[in-house]
Design a protein around this ligand. Structure first.
Ligand code: ADP
Ligand code: ZN
Ligand code: ZN
Length: 824
């Protein structure tokens, strides 16, 4: 007998396994891998939608097996490659099958069944005695609704708790019938079209017969030309009425059809053509090298390390042209579509229509439309954020990940996947090339290039021949000692004044509101660090103590600075609003604009600000991370970094890397035109290696220093991390549960022969953000130091997936994050 192994569409750990169902003989040929079916599930045999992951043949007859009820799809909605990815993701990220499956299918595709109840033509009044008030009421309501209604509608009119019981009785008595219908939550948008149905040899007699129906004749003649056209357009063009068209339909000369139309997320926005550049030498070398892999269809990964403005986009564009010429398709990932409008418009301007864009503020309907366009292979290029890596292309030639160091490629929701890893696996499965690009590659990627996993391509020069900007470092401790307690150094104010008088533009950059839980000295910039983890310690107000949220190390707070004895030691944190006010005080005539979460929450606000900045209607643009990416404005000659330390002091082992990336990216906005650019960087740590390296645009020397520290403190890329997060309303309980997981974990690892666990298992400790929305948070951090990562994962899987109900009670949330990018 044939057995379908299915995953039911239900997001619970109990159902996160393959369930066997017998395939009835009439469904033999229809049930395939990747198709959806309906199955009876659980004690009540509730009908559930399920995904067939395997079809197997069994010799023994197991009469206890339930049977597949119906097949939902005609064709598999998950391809073989996608199924492989589902299994791979579950192993990689310790997520549920269903979570992995939902990455490939838009939310709106996940169908919900509806029960339709129909009154049978039946003398029910005789069967149901008048004492059966409830049953009779159901029937009269059903009659009032036209004899047939969905259960949910019926329930709006009748509020019996046990309506399902009554329905069952009515069904048994043969008074009603129940049908299950699948009702997709969103509708496909269609438009009515009309199509001609006349054969060539019928034409003449029909036209002659219409001598007196002039309008119908006109319509038919127009239709003969176009064969098929939207009703609206035809009526407009022919200046006729619907009734003439209807008469043609009644005579059988034409038919109406519904044609699916796409909602276009860009509306009618037109994109200026973006003409091809003759590649310069560095670009040409990169294009030639990568083209060879495109030609051979080898699944090679390239890391393009190119300085800001080196013309990486042009390289991607010309490579994609080659991919399309081969009849293949390309996926382009950008950190966040709304923050990279320039990149998107370059792609649109070069390739036009056959591009689908998947950005985070698409409505469900829009996302669904774009996804279907891809599925029907109507587009060749998909540009999108992280989730676009799952685009259902069937003939993928290349994946590009721009700004590959960006944290947005890692999902912060289950399944907590990393789009770069998914891309690697896809490129391997589908023999396509993977291109990662950045001016500041992540340490992980760069290390892999050094190790030979990736092929490194370096671009040292800007495409427009402009120089990289000069970076001037201002030591804020010296400013303080010279009596300047303002957040602007004298140098920065002077440079801003100069830029204004030259009619050039300034960008002032402030990292997102600094971590107020970081204690720092205003006179010298000192912050307290954990001696074991090299991580800035966080202030916990409840206990009035400093904690290392990696290892749990505790210190008392200090009243005065241990370095310089100043009493000006306090919590860092200035905002963009404050900067804006100060700029206006200093430069009352300047046109100042702030760009952060607050000023860009409205749809289109972001584009509007950039547009007016482009047209030089703004002199000084103040912004957060939002302005660090992808902007290419030639008139910007000054970039001011208010405080590099907000990033440098993040309680995160990636703080130095993030600082180097941010400074490089923000600085890269300056001097992209003909004028020289200048960057003024304010810091209390002018000698920190990441500051020094970034001022010299010296990525290599930064990486060398940083890799040494990562190795010494056992951080990625030299170790894998696994973060378990526990949260719940009752703090004692959260801690107790986390603690019991830690104890059990230690027991398992101990019995596997690993006796020294102090460096491997850290915690439970309060998370850096120890309370969110009344929920207390604790974490356990695992590092694979001298122990296989697979063993750590195995232990986690045993405790938190296979036996979850035993260790995690109701009311406690526990998440698993494999190689998290931030530990908060
Ligand atoms: P990156 O993404 O590497 O920071 P961009 O792709 O934004 O750099 O390119 C920087 C600028 O150089 C853009 O204005 C781009 O149009 C221009 N550019 C790119 N390639 C060339 C070329 N071969 N010749 C002239 N200009 C170019
Ligand atoms: Zn100090
Ligand atoms: Zn520590």
């Amino acid at each position: 007998m044939q057995i379908a192994q299915v995953i039911v569409n239900n997001n619970s750990y109990q159902t996160d396994k393959l369930f066997d169902y017998e395939i009835p003989t009439d469904l033999f040929r229809k049930v395939k891998r990747g198709i959806r079916v309906m199955v009876p599930f659980g004690n009540g045999n509730k009908r559930l939608e399920a995904y067939v992951l395997n079809v197997i043949e069994s010799n023994s007859r197991n009469s206890k097996l339930k049977k597949v009820l119906a097949v939902i799809d005609e064709e598999p909605i998950l391809s073989e490659d996608q199924l492989r990815l589902v299994f791979w993701m579950r192993n990689q990220y310790l997520c549920k099958y269903i979570e992995a499956i939902h990455c490939f299918i838009p939310k709106s595709m996940v169908n919900k069944e509806r029960k339709k109840i129909t009154l049978l033509d039946h003398s029910w009044e005789e069967v149901l005695p008048s004492s059966q008030k409830k049953l009779r009421n159901i029937i009269t309501t059903l009659q009032a609704l036209g004899g047939s209604a969905y259960l949910d509608l019926l329930m709006q009119h009748i509020d019996y708790k046990e309506i399902n019981e009554s329905i069952k009785v009515l069904l048994e008595k043969n008074i009603i019938d129940i049908k299950y219908e699948l009702n997709s939550k969103i509708n496909i948008k269609t438009e009515q079209y009309v199509r001609i149905k006349i054969e060539e040899e019928q034409w003449q007699p029909i036209i002659s017969s219409l001598k007196r129906a002039k309008k119908q004749k006109i319509l038919l003649e127009m239709l003969k030309e176009v064969k098929e056209i939207s009703v609206k357009e035809l009526l407009e063009r022919s200046n006729t009425s619907r009734s003439s068209l209807n008469s043609l339909q009644e005579k059988g000369y034409i038919e109406y059809i519904d044609v699916e139309i796409s909602r276009n997320p860009f509306g009618d926005k037109k994109f200026d053509p973006f003409y091809k550049f003759e590649p310069n030498e560095e670009q040409k070398k990169a294009i030639d090298q990568i083209s060879a892999s495109i030609k051979n269809e080898s699944s090679e990964t390239y890391l393009i390390h190119g300085v800001t403005g080196s013309g990486k986009t042009e390289i991607y564009l010309q490579l994609i042209e080659k991919v399309l010429k081969k009849g293949k398709q390309a996926i382009v990932l950008v950190p966040e579509i709304s923050l990279t409008p320039q990149t998107v418009s370059r792609f649109m301007g070069r390739f036009g229509e056959r591009i689908a864009v998947l950005h985070s503020n698409l409505s469900d309907g829009e996302r669904y439309d774009e996804w279907r366009r891809i599925l029907r292979q109507e587009v060749d290029i998909v540009i999108g954020a992280r989730s676009a890596i799952f685009a259902p292309f069937k003939n993928l030639g290349m994946i590009v990940i721009d700004e590959e160091h960006e944290h947005t490629y890692k999902s912060e929701q289950t399944p907590r996947y990393n789009a770069i890893h998914i891309a690697e696996y896809r490129s391997h499965l589908e023999n396509s090339v993977l291109v990662l690009g950045s001016a500041t590659p992540s340490l992980e990627s760069y290390h892999r290039a050094i190790e030979g996993d990736f092929t490194l391509i370096t671009l040292k020069n800007r495409a427009m021949k402009s120089n990289l900007p000069t970076v001037e470092v201002i030591n804020m401790a010296e400013e303080f000692h010279h009596g300047n307690t303002s957040i602007f150094s004298t140098e920065l104010l002077k440079a801003m004044a100069d830029t204004l008088s030259n009619h050039h533009q300034t960008i002032l950059f402030l990292n997102r509101r600094g971590h107020s839980s970081v204690l720092s000295c205003k006179a010298c910039g000192y912050t307290v660090k954990c001696q074991y983890c090299d991580i800035t310690m966080t202030f916990h107000s409840a206990e009035k103590r400093l904690k290392c949220h990696y290892c749990g190390n505790v210190k008392n707070i200090v009243k005065s600075c241990p370095e310089c004895h100043s009493e000006e030691i306090k919590y860092a944190g200035i905002g963009t609003q404050q900067i804006e006010d100060l700029v206006k005080v200093n430069f009352p005539k300047a046109k100042v604009q702030r760009m952060d979460m607050d000023t860009t929450s409205r749809k289109g606000a972001h584009e509007k600000i950039l547009e007016s900045f482009k047209h030089q209607e703004i002199d000084i643009l103040i912004g957060t991370q939002m302005i660090s990416k992808g902007l290419d404005f030639p008139n910007v000659t000054l970039v001011g970094i208010i405080s590099a330390d907000t990033t440098l002091n993040l309680p995160d082992f990636r703080a130095a890397e993030k600082t180097f990336q941010l400074v490089t990216q923000v600085a890269g906005r300056a001097g992209r035109g003909l004028e020289e650019g200048k960057v003024i960087l304010q810091t209390y740590e002018p000698n920190h290696y990441s500051i020094v390296a970034s001022t010299h645009h010296d990525y290599e020397s930064f990486v060398k220093d940083e890799l040494m520290i990562r190795k010494e403190f056992h951080y990625p890329p030299f170790a894998n991390l696994l973060l378990l997060n526990f949260s719940g309303k009752n703090e004692k309980q959260v801690y107790a549960i986390a603690n019991s997981v830690a104890t059990n974990m230690k027991y398992i690892l101990y019995s596997e022969g690993f006796k020294e666990l102090d460096a491997i298992l850290l915690g439970p400790n309060p998370s850096m953000i120890s309370k969110i929305k009344e929920s207390y948070r604790y974490q356990i951090l695992l590092k694979d130091i001298g122990i296989p990562f697979s063993l750590l994962k195995k232990a986690v899987k045993y405790l938190l997936i296979d036996n979850r109900s035993k260790y995690i009670p109701q009311g406690i949330t526990c998440t698993i994050d494999i190689n998290p990018l931030s530990i908060i």
